[in-house]
Every structure is written in structure tokens, then in C-alpha cells.
Design a binder for this molecule. Structure first.
Ligand code: 8YV
Length: 316
């Protein structure tokens, strides 16, 4: 029988992925390993599995001399030091496309929830307050202006849905996409100024850190809503809290946070914010597709075939 391939899961991963890894590989789970056990398996590890939130810094990669592949179950891979991986000729893969619909659906859900105050309306009914009168009027979403920060696959899926709400769509991105029928603005501040809803769906990482800062929020204005379905790191959370507390912006819908799963008390106290626990891709069908793709990247590679979905930096 062939030697088993040793794979390290950097965290306890999805129950849709772990059994597949256990069946095909000799699986080690980083949080379960003592430093001694890790030192023992380190020379054998040829694959790493992680989620979109996993941290795989260069210092971790350096511990595995036989490493060939890092497979991320997530479209975002900002926790992986891809430059360090490439320098070691280690391939990095992720799970694009299969989650586009779900993340875009949630973005629209958060826009509607924030504008129409759906969680507050639910609490209002349950608390029996309807018996005493009606809720304050909310904000209309159809026909409003949406600005999308990041016009990749998910950004385009959000735009498509916004069109069904007769919204005017504009965007900012690293470069203009002339084939798209939407207005391109070269700065996020100009986009915020031209938007009623600013939706963030750009990759995390050093290049977008605190891209949404106090100036951008001021440009969005007292009638504007911020929605973030990307990474918490893209928004300056302190600036956002202040903007919400001061009425600099009208409200927000947030699926991601700077220090997940910890959410600042001041955000929890704000009723004009709708909060969800990083559930952009969290439907049974989509998580299954992501787990299968993350597994198949590892399985293909260790069967001597090309990986299915390398990250852009690793595409030849
Ligand atoms: C998940 C995500 O939270 O795809 C991403 O980048 O943030 C997510 O869909 C997670 O990585 C699932 O494993």
C-alpha cells in the first residue's frame, strides 16, 4: 500500500470537509497537536487545509519542508502569505464562484434589513409594541443608488440583483471594467459620495486595510448605509462606530468584523446596525460545494493532476 499523504488542518474545519480529508489522507489537526507532536509530523506534511479565515503566515509555512499545497475552503485567502508560499514553490488554492450567489444574496438581504429595519420590526411585533402604534417609517431601497466596492465575480452578482430593484449601480475597483454597463469611479470616497448604499465586497489583506475610513463614511453621508460582506479588515471599525453614533451615516449591515467572533459592545448597542455572524456563504448547498472543491484541489494534486482552482497569483 502507498504511503499516506500527510495533511495538516490549521483549524478544526467544516464537518463537510474534515471527514473527506480523514478518509483520503493522514490528517493532523493543528490545535490538537502538542509542540512535540507538531515537530514530529512537520517533515511529513505535504498539504495544508484551511478556511477563508485561517492564518497561514510565512513562519508557519517555513515549518514544513515537504509542503506542496495549501487548500483554502473559502474564496478569500488573505490569511495566507501567498508570496512566501510561492517562494517555496507551494501552490495555493481557494474556492471561487460556488459561493457567488449566496454572498450576493446576503448583501441584498443586509441592504434591505438595514433600510427597512427588518430585525427591529421583528422585535417590535414580538414585544407587543404594535398594539400601541406603528413603527417609524423606514428608508426606500428600490430605485436608490448603490456603490459597489470591488467589482469581481461577487460584486457583479450583487449588481445584477440590484438591477432587479431598479437601483443605479456604480462601482470602484483596481481597474475599470469597460465591458460592464455600470459607472466606474476611481476612488472609494467619490463612490461613497455618489451612493445611498455602499457595499463592500473587495478582498481583504494589506492592500485594502481600513479602506473604508472616516472620510469615506463622511462622504456616504447621514442618509447613507454601509454594507460589508467582505472582510472586517477593510473597514475602520472605530471610525464606523463613531459615524453611526454621531449620525454621520444612517445605518449599516455587517457580516464581517475586525476581530471575529468578537463584536465591539458599542456596535451591539446600536439599533441602526444589522449584524450577522459571517454567514455570507453559509448555506448547506454552498458549504458542501466549497468543501468538495477544497477537497478536490488536494485530491487532484496528490493524484498527480493539476489543481482545479489556484489563486490568481499561482495561475501560470
Ligand atoms: C467562510 C469566507 O467564512 O469564502 C470566504 O472567503 O469568508 C467564507 O465563505 C469560510 O471560509 C468557510 O470555510
Amino acid at each position: 500500500m502507498a504511503e499516506p499523504v500527510h495533511v495538516l488542518a490549521v483549524a478544526r474545519l467544516s464537518p463537510l470537509l474534515m471527514p473527506q480529508l480523514e478518509a483520503a489522507f493522514k490528517l493532523h489537526v493543528l490545535p490538537d497537536l502538542t509542540p512535540e507532536a507538531l515537530a514530529q509530523v512537520a517533515p511529513l506534511v505535504r498539504g495544508i487545509a484551511g478556511s477563508g479565515e485561517s492564518k497561514v503566515p510565512g513562519a508557519l509555512l517555513a515549518q514544513f519542508p515537504a509542503l506542496e499545497l495549501v487548500s483554502i475552503m473559502g474564496v478569500g485567502y488573505d490569511g495566507v502569505d501567498v508570496a512566501a508560499a510561492k517562494a517555496k514553490q507551494v501552490m495555493v488554492t481557494h474556492t471561487p464562484n460556488v459561493l457567488n450567489d449566496d454572498v450576493a444574496d446576503l448583501a441584498l438581504g443586509l441592504m434591505l434589513s438595514a433600510a427597512r429595519q427588518l430585525p427591529a420590526a421583528d422585535r417590535f411585533v414580538r414585544a407587543g409594541l404594535w398594539l400601541q402604534g406603528n413603527m417609524p417609517l423606514a428608508r426606500k431601497m428600490s430605485g436608490a443608488r448603490v456603490g459597489i466596492v470591488g467589482m469581481g465575480r461577487i460584486g457583479q452578482a450583487i449588481a445584477q440583483r440590484a438591477l432587479a430593484f431598479n437601483m443605479q449601480v456604480s462601482y470602484t475597483a483596481r481597474s475599470e471594467k469597460p465591458d460592464l454597463p455600470f459607472a466606474f469611479l476611481s476612488t472609494v470616497e467619490a463612490l461613497a459620495e455618489a451612493s445611498d448604499f455602499l457595499v463592500v465586497i473587495t478582498p481583504g489583506g494589506a492592500g485594502t486595510r481600513k479602506l473604508i475610513d472616516a472620510r469615506v463614511l463622511k462622504a456616504l453621508g447621514p442618509k447613507g448605509f454601509l454594507v460589508n460582506v467582505a472582510r472586517g479588515s477593510v473597514v475602520d471599525e472605530q471610525a464606523l462606530i463613531e459615524a453611526l453614533e454621531n449620525g454621520t451615516i444612517a445605518g449599516a449591515g455587517l457580516d464581517v468584523f475586525e476581530d471575529e467572533p468578537r463584536v465591539p459592545e458599542r456596535l451591539l448597542a446600536l439599533h441602526k446596525v444589522v449584524l450577522t455572524p459571517h454567514i455570507g456563504s453559509a448555506t448547506a448547498a454552498t458549504r458542501q460545494a466549497m468543501a468538495d472543491l477544497a477537497f478536490n484541489n488536494l485530491a487532484s494534486h496528490f493524484a498527480g493532476r493539476p489543481v482545479l482552482t489556484p489563486v490568481p497569483e499561482c495561475q501560470t
